[in-house]
Write a protein that binds this ligand. Structure first.
Ligand SMILES: [Ca+2]
Ligand SMILES: [Ca+2]
Length: 321
C-alpha cells in the first residue's frame, strides 16, 4: 500500500508485519490488521494491483473480505504504459466508487467525514516500488500548499491525476479537476479546456477522449490544434444532464503512454441560478455583474451568446424567487 500522512508528517515508522507486505498478502497478517495499522499511524492506505495476479506473489484483492478503511486503489500498474485487462477492471471499480459519492450541491461537494472508511478515491499509478520504475511513474495532485489538510482535501475532491508520466488536465466552464462546474439547464454551452505540459507533448500528438460518469462522450478532435492547450465549445446539453462527473483520457500512440484526469464534478442548475445555490437572488445578480462582458461558457450567460449583458439580467430577473 502507498501511504500518505493523515495528520502529521512525523508519522512513526510503520513496522512491516512481514516480508509479505511488500509483495502481497500471501504471508501477511489479515488485510484489516494491516489497514488498521496504517490508519493508526496517521497514514492513508491504498490497494495496489487490485486486479492483478500471477506475477510475483500478486493475488487479486478480495472485494468481499470485509476490510474497511482503505483510502483508494491504484488505477493501473504497468510503468511502460501498456494497458491491461486488470487495469480496465480497476478503472471500472474506480468509477463505481466515484458513483457512490454524493453529487455536488450549492456548487460544492459534501465533506466526507467518514473517509477513508466510506467512499474511497482513485489514485494514479504508483508502481515506484518496482525496481527500475522509480522515477518513471507519477501521481499528480494539484495543491496550493502541501500539508496534511491539503492532501486530504485533494484526495476527497479527486484532485489526483493518474499518469505514467504525461500530465493532462481538463476543465469545464473554467472549473478544474476537483472543482464543481455549474451547468445551467437548457441550451447550455460547455467550454472544455485540455492542457498538457512540455513533458507530455503537444495535444495533437495524443488521442483524447472525454468521458462522463465513466462512459465515453466523445473523441476530441485535435488534428488542427497546436500547442499545449485547447478549448472546445460543446453545445449538446443532453450529454451532460444526468452526469455527475467528467474525466478525460489521453493516449500517445507512439509511446503508448497513458494519462487520465480525475473528475470535474458537474452540477445542473436552474436558469438564473448563477452560483448554483438553489435560489435566484441578489447573489446571482452580483455574480452576473462580476462576469460582465465577453464570457464563454459562463453560468451567468442566460441566452448563451458568449456575452454577459442587459439581456442576461432581464432573463435572471424573470426567474427571480
Ligand atoms: Ca443562486
Ligand atoms: Ca448573454
Amino acid at each position: 500500500m502507498l501511504v500518505y500522512p493523515l495528520d502529521t508528517f512525523d508519522a512513526p515508522y510503520l513496522e512491516n508485519p512481514s516480508d509479505g507486505l511488500v509483495f502481497g498478502h500471501a504471508n501477511c497478517e489479515d488485510e484489516q490488521v494491516i489497514i488498521d495499522r496504517i490508519n493508526k499511524n496517521g497514514c492513508y492506505g491504498f490497494i495496489a494491483h487490485p486486479y492483478e495476479e500471477g506475477e510475483l506473489s500478486y493475488a487479486q484483492w478480495d472485494w468481499d473480505n470485509g476490510a474497511t478503511g482503505w483510502a483508494g486503489l491504484e488505477l493501473w500498474s504497468n510503468a511502460d504504459g501498456q494497458f491491461q485487462q486488470a487495469d480496465l477492471s480497476t478503472l471500472n471499480r474506480w468509477h463505481s466508487l466515484l458513483s457512490e459519492i454524493a453529487p455536488p450541491t450549492q456548487g460544492m461537494l459534501a465533506d466526507r467525514q467518514e473517509f477513508p472508511t466510506r467512499a474511497p478515491v482513485g489514485l494514479g499509478n504508483s508502481d515506484a516500488h518496482h525496481p527500475g520504475a522509480i522515477g518513471a511513474v507519477f501521481t499528480y495532485a494539484r495543491l496550493d500548499a502541501v500539508n496534511p489538510k491539503t492532501l486530504r482535501d485533494a484526495f476527497l475532491s479527486g484532485r489526483c491525476i493518474a499518469s505514467d508520466g504525461p500530465l493532462l488536465t481538463v476543465s469545464a466552464n473554467q472549473s478544474g479537476i476537483g472543482e464543481v462546474a455549474l451547468l445551467p439547464d437548457g441550451n447550455a454551452r460547455v467550454v472544455i479546456r485540455l492542457e498538457t505540459t512540455t513533458e507530455f507533448g503537444p495535444i495533437s500528438d495524443y488521442t483524447l477522449v472525454l468521458e462522463g460518469d465513466g462512459e465515453e462522450i466523445m473523441a476530441i478532435p485535435t488534428q488542427d490544434v497546436s500547442g499545449y492547450a485547447a478549448e472546445f465549445v460543446i453545445q449538446t446539453p443532453k450529454l451532460w444532464q444526468d452526469r455527475t462527473y467528467l474525466t478525460a483520457w489521453a493516449q500517445r500512440t507512439d509511446l503508448q503512454r497513458l494519462a487520465l484526469t480525475n473528475p470535474v464534478w458537474l452540477q445542473k442548475t436552474d436558469p438564473g441560478d448563477v452560483d448554483g445555490s438553489g435560489v435566484i437572488d441578489v447573489n446571482d445578480l452580483l455574480s452576473l455583474l462580476a462576469d460582465w462582458g465577453p464570457c464563454e461558457g459562463c453560468p451567468a450567460d442566460g441566452d448563451w451568446n458568449g456575452h454577459i449583458d442587459v439581456n442576461d439580467i432581464l432573463l435572471l430577473l424573470s426567474h427571480w424567487n
